[in-house]
Design a protein around this ligand. Structure first.
Ligand code: FMN
Length: 190
C-alpha cells in the first residue's frame, strides 16, 4: 500500500513529527511504502471559491501552485494520514488551506449521488496538543470525520496525544500507542 503522510506542523522535529514517525515506522514494518510530505515544502494558496473545478474547465483546480502536486499525490495514495498540532482549536493554517483545496476533488456536489476522487480512500489523523483532548483536540477529529464523510472517504481512525510539552517528553507509552495506531492503519489496506 502506498501511504502518503502529510505533516502539517511548521516544525519538522516537533511533537507531531515525533509521533508521526512512530506511526510511519509501524506501517513500514508491515510492508507498506510511506512517503512523507511536509507542509512547509509547499506554497499553497487558499481556495478562491471560483468553482472552475465544478464547471469542468480545469483538471483539478484553477490555482496552479504547489497545491496541485499535493492533490495529485493525495489522489494517488492508497492511504492518507494527516498529522497536525492543534493551533487555536483547529488545524494549522497551511494544512487547513490544503484541506480547503481538496474541495476540488468533489465533482457534481449538487447531485444526490455526487462522486469524489477520494471515494473509499482511507484517511487517518494524528493530532498533538498542548492542552486537553476535550473541547480542544477533539474539534479537529470532528472536522476530519465530517470532511472524510463529505468526501466519501473512509475515516480510518484518529490518534490524539494531548498535554504535550516537548518532543523529549513523549515517552514509551506514547510511542506504543502510536505504533499500535500505525498497525491498525496498516490493516486497512489488507
Ligand atoms: C500558534 C499556536 C497555537 C496553539 N493553539 C493550541 C490550542 O488551541 N490548543 C492546544 O491544546 N494547544 C495549542 N498549541 C500547542 C500545540 O498544539 C502543541 O504544542 C503541539 O503539540 C505542537 O506540535 P508541533 O511540535 O508538532 O508543532 C498551539 C501552539 C501554537 C504555536
Amino acid at each position: 500500500m502506498r501511504v502518503m503522510t502529510l505533516l502539517g506542523s511548521p516544525r519538522t522535529a516537533g511533537n507531531t513529527a515525533r509521533v508521526l514517525t512512530w506511526v510511519e515506522e509501524a506501517l513500514e514494518a508491515a510492508g507498506h511504502t510511506v512517503n512523507r510530505h511536509w507542509i512547509g515544502d509547499y506554497a499553497v494558496a487558499g481556495c478562491r471559491e471560483c468553482h472552475a473545478c465544478k464547471e469542468g474547465t480545469v483538471e483539478l483546480c484553477s490555482i496552479y501552485d504547489d497545491g496541485i502536486s499535493l492533490l495529485r499525490d493525495i489522489v494517488a495514495a492508497d492511504l492518507l494520514i494527516l498529522a497536525a498540532p492543534v493551533f487555536c482549536w483547529g488545524f494549522p493554517g497551511p494544512l487547513k488551506t490544503v484541506l480547503d483545496r481538496m474541495y476540488c476533488l468533489a465533482d457534481d456536489i449538487d447531485s444526490e449521488n455526487y462522486t469524489t476522487q477520494l471515494t473509499g480512500k482511507p484517511i487517518g489523523l494524528v493530532v498533538t496538543a498542548g492542552g486537553p483532548e476535550k473541547d480542544n483536540a477533539d474539534l479537529l477529529v470532528t472536522g476530519y470525520k465530517a470532511m472524510a464523510d463529505y468526501m466519501k472517504a473512509v475515516a480510518a481512525g484518529a490518534l490524539v496525544i494531548p498535554n504535550c510539552t516537548g518532543p523529549e517528553s513523549l515517552d514509551a507509552s506514547v510511542a506504543a500507542r502510536a505504533r499500535t495506531f500505525g498497525q491498525q492503519l496498516a490493516a486497512t489496506g489488507q
